[in-house]
Design a binder for this molecule. Structure first.
Ligand SMILES: C[S@@+](CC[C@H](N)C(=O)[O-])C[C@H]1O[C@@H](n2cnc3c(N)ncnc32)[C@H](O)[C@@H]1O
Length: 469
């Protein structure tokens, strides 16, 4: 271990806050901040550090002297090993308070922004089983717990179907029950794993790039439709048919049973042919009577119920009367654009991914929406003066960029256009604060509303309404 990362122990340290990436924050006796993975604000702990930086340490709690009253018993048997629900040991009301605080702090401290009275964060009605999409990996190198290793027993095969251990690309935690996606997700995953083991179908080996079964994706929709996609590493018609026939017969409720044969180095399916084994090649999601066609590669917000709440807030902030030209920047598959279309004169959506725009156009046609136009391209190149001249001067701009926020040229163009209202939807309030700071001479923040789309995690969405000064 380098001198820089030499272990250090601090005793009786109080954990004072929750910080970035779901870590909690304690303060060492020399005033330096320590980021911890395994403690809850309010705990009093001994900490061993494993990394030293200029102004902070990273470490873990090695002894607990007092447990925080914010703690609750995690429901999931995989908590602590699985990286998925890091906050499952904290009461939901406290999770919400930390998220709300983070958003306000980022806007105030990073953006130096004047905020109106902050409305409380909107919590999710469902705190478990809220995700409509999960992806699991097959592996013949199951992650072993320290207890299993210490037992010295013969552990049998090492096949697993589950999630990557955080930070380990080749180790998979076998999942028995995941609390994020409603049934039959758990039943399908477990059945596929057990059937594959019983029939000697080989699980993937990431290091050697060998095996047969690679990944499993399950998508559900709010109207009860179900997509299952199995990714194989190589073609073996007999084994593939054996497995997929079994899945189809065991779960006749599956709307869309799909597969991919992918022999490349990584397991993303975006550049692969997706083949329909049975049923349709898509499922439908429904929002306020709008139907969204979702195929294996489509992006759709993963918490459907909270996405509806987020979109309602966005539409409400946009204050539409039916007369406005609205731009929906970073439109994805055009869900916000279509959601606001009936309250606007025209909507123009822009998005970088061609498949997403193809889906947006198909969905708009399917929904009989005629007042939307969609364009493919990188925002910073597409969103230029010619684009405005061609599509018209927007009255309202809705912008929902990825975590990195908007490119500074896009912000500059927004300032140049000077739309009356801008609704900024963000999944990263730090980059949102940075972008809003660039706009504060021209725009005033009228409302800000945080929305929790991902209970049990630190992630938080925030919607800000700006009006031109
Ligand atoms: C947070 S998602 C928003 C999706 C959509 N508004 C929704 O609610 O479903 C951000 C979107 O921005 C797109 N994107 C990322 N970088 C982009 C860029 N430079 N230009 C245009 N679109 C981009 C992504 O492909 C993604 O669809």
């Amino acid at each position: 271990m380098s001198r820089k990362n030499k272990k250090k122990v601090f005793t009786n340290v109080e954990v004072i806050d929750a910080g970035a990436k779901g870590k909690s924050i304690a303060k060492a006796d020399d005033g330096r901040v320590i980021f911890l993975n395994n403690a809850v604000p309010g705990d009093i702990v001994d900490v061993e550090t494993y990394k030293k930086r200029k102004s902070f340490f990273e470490g873990k709690a090695i002894a607990f002297h007092k447990l925080s009253d914010k703690r609750v018993e995690p429901k999931c048997e995989h908590f602590g090993t699985c990286g998925g629900c890091k906050w499952q040991n904290m009461g939901y009301e406290h999770q919400l308070a930390f998220k709300e605080n983070e958003v306000v702090n980022n806007l105030k401290r990073l953006g130096h922004l004047d905020l109106p009275e902050v409305t409380p964060i909107l919590g999710s009605a469902e705190q478990y089983f809220y995700r409509n999409k999960m992806e699991f990996s097959f592996s013949d190198s199951r992650w072993l717990t320290p207890e299993e290793i210490a037992s010295g027993e013969d552990l049998g095969d090492r096949n697993a179907l589950g999630f990557h251990i955080p930070g380990m690309w080749d180790k998979i935690l076998n999942i028995n029950k995941c609390w994020l996606q409603r049934d039959p997700s758990n039943a399908i995953r477990n059945e596929i794993r057990d059937f594959a083991i019983a029939n000697n179908l080989e699980f993937f080996n990431t290091r050697q790039q060998s095996g047969f079964l690679r990944t499993l994706m399950i998508r559900t929709s709010s109207i009860g439709e179900l997509m299952v996609l199995v990714q194989f590493y190589k073609e073996d018609i007999e084994k593939r048919e054996l497995l997929l026939n079994h899945v189809q017969n065991t779960f006749p409720e599956i709307t869309s049973l799909m597969y991919v044969i992918n022999s490349k180095g990584n397991d993303t399916i975006y550049d692969q042919d997706v083949i329909c084994f049975s049923g349709r090649d898509h499922i439908f999601e429904d929002m306020e009577g709008l139907k969204f066609k979702i195929n294996a590669k489509s992006f759709y917000q993963t918490n459907s119920d909270q996405a509806y709440e987020l979109y309602k807030i966005t539409r409400d902030f946009a204050g539409l009367t039916g007369e406005e030209l609205v731009y929906d920047l970073y439109t994805g598959t055009g869900t916000i654009a279509q959601f606001v279309a009936k309250k606007a004169k025209n909507v123009v959506g822009v998005e970088a991914v061609p498949d997403a725009i193809a889906a947006a156009k198909a969905n708009a046609q399917f929904n009989g929406i005629e007042n939307v136009d969609f364009y493919v391209g990188d925002m910073k190149s597409v969103f230029n003066d010619d684009f405005i001249a061609q599509n018209g001067h927007p009255d309202v701009v809705i912008t929902d960029p990825p975590r990195d926020g908007m490119h500074k040229d896009v912000v500059a163009q927004l300032l140049k256009i000077g739309a009356q209202r801008i609704v900024y939807v963000s999944c990263n309030s730090a980059t949102q604060a940075r972008d809003l700071a660039l706009m504060k001479e021209d725009y005033k923040i009228i409302k800000t509303q945080a929305v929790d789309m991902f209970p049990q995690t630190h992630h938080v969405e925030n919607v800000v309404l700006l009006e031109r000064l």
